[in-house]
Design a protein around this ligand. Structure first.
Ligand SMILES: *Cc1c(COP(=O)(O)O)cnc(C)c1O
Length: 390
């Protein structure tokens, strides 16, 4: 069995390995030497850079996308007694952020092809209590924003875009995160731009921006960086019981260089993406849905669907087999409605969200980091072919 493995154990291909270069390392070291390791000038630089990249009025850095979602919901004035609609096909953080705001999450099924929230299903779930919609641009594929924004306008709902997978995604030429009221981004280790942990809220609304900024740092009227800066000590006032969600300069030091290379990294992932699509087109698996040319895919996750009836192997058996070949993969995600806490608290049943449930049982994400070299990509393809016997 040990013979003929695609990769050796000591050469395990880590899924979602970050692409960290010397420029990031040097920037972190220079922060450490400067003494400014908390929220400081590099955080401000990273925010400016992100604002420019997204062509938006405000960008507020935080320590995760989970925090970005949480603060956006609160800044929009949403809480106890309100309902927020989101998709059954997302990471748990989207739903948990709603719960922690005090609001009630309302789940909607996704489309099987795009894996994004189905606007027709959103309409069915709107009640008098509905205050917001959180669409997730899944794997980097943009949601149907024209339809979602039309529904939001008709029912006066806030739209908070979960862009954790979608930093580069364009919807009809416009950057996602700028179409709704808020855009929330993640710089977690496996995401397309990495700060170890980190997130960003973008908005064009001055009030929302001000609130998010205050909420992210204890509810203080002025941020700590300004407070201790060399133009003199300034007293702060607490204007809300806020959170400790600020980003540090050590994180921003990574982000500054990661964001500078965002297009270069995207191009590299696009090449890998096209290579996978080319080499796996004949395999008995479903490949990611093609995107119309008027949009741009964020190429965050290359998800294949493994249906036992077609592939002759279940997704879970495939997972075990590909790990034995020393290739790391991910599952994004089991349906939200399949988890016990949500089932017990909200009475959700997995079968009530059939597309998310089907995807949850079939989906598998193969490595797509800009760190992959040609041999890595070759090995992933070879392992899939070996397991499927094609
Ligand atoms: C990763 C992720 C988040 C949470 O991001 P963090 O920065 O880890 O908090 C939220 N939503 C989706 C869809 C994600 O993939």
């Amino acid at each position: 069995m040990q013979q003929g493995l695609i990769r050796e154990k000591n050469n395990f291909l880590v899924f979602g390995a970050p692409d960290i270069r010397d420029e990031e390392i040097n920037e972190v070291v220079s922060s450490l030497k400067s003494g400014w390791i908390g929220t400081g000038p590099k955080v401000q630089r990273f925010e400016e850079q992100f604002k420019e990249y997204k062509n938006t009025a405000h960008s507020i850095s935080v320590n995760s996308c989970t925090a970005a979602l949480h603060l956006s919901i609160i800044a929009a004035g949403i809480g106890t007694g309100d309902e927020v609609i989101t998709t059954a096909m997302t990471f748990c953080a989207t739903v948990n952020a709603i719960i922690h705001s005090g609001a009630t999450p309302v789940l909607v099924d996704c489309d099987y092809q795009t894996q994004c929230i189905n606007p027709l299903e959103i309409k069915k779930k709107i009640t008098r209590k509905t205050k917001a919609i959180i669409p997730v641009h899944f794997a980097g594929y943009p949601c149907d924003m024209d339809k979602i924004m039309a529904i939001a306008r008709e029912h006066k709902l806030i739209v908070i875009e979960d862009c954790a997978h979608a930093i580069e995604t364009l919807y009809k030429g416009k950057p996602v995160g700028t179409l709704g009221d808020f855009g929330c981004f993640s710089f977690y280790v496996t995401k397309n731009v990495v700060t170890a942990e980190g997130g960003m809220v973008i908005t064009n609304n001055n009030n929302y921006a001000e609130r998010v900024k205050i909420l992210a740092l204890h509810g203080m009227s002025q941020d700590a960086w300004k407070r201790f800066s060399d133009d003199g000590y300034k007293h702060y006032q607490i204007v809300f019981p806020g959170f400790k969600y600020n980003m540090t300069d050590l994180q921003a030091a990574l982000g500054i260089h990661q964001l500078r290379r965002v297009d270069e990294s995207w191009k590299k992932r696009e090449d890998i993406w096209n290579n996978y699509t080319d080499k796996l087109s004949f395999a008995p698996i479903k490949l990611p849905s093609e995107l119309q040319k008027e949009h741009k895919h964020g190429h965050h996750l290359y998800t294949i669907m493994i249906n036992k009836k077609i592939a002759n192997i279940s997704r879970d058996d495939f997972l075990v087999r590909i790990n034995q070949e020393n290739i790391g993969v991910g599952v994004h995600y089991k349906s939200i409605a399949s988890h016990p806490y949500y089932q017990e608290r909200y009475g959700w049943r997995a079968e009530d969200f059939p597309n998310a449930n089907k995807i949850g049982g079939e989906t598998l994400s193969i490595p797509l980091s800009s760190k992959l070299n040609d041999q890595d990509v070759h090995d992933v393809i070879a392992a899939i072919r070996k397991i499927l016997n094609v």
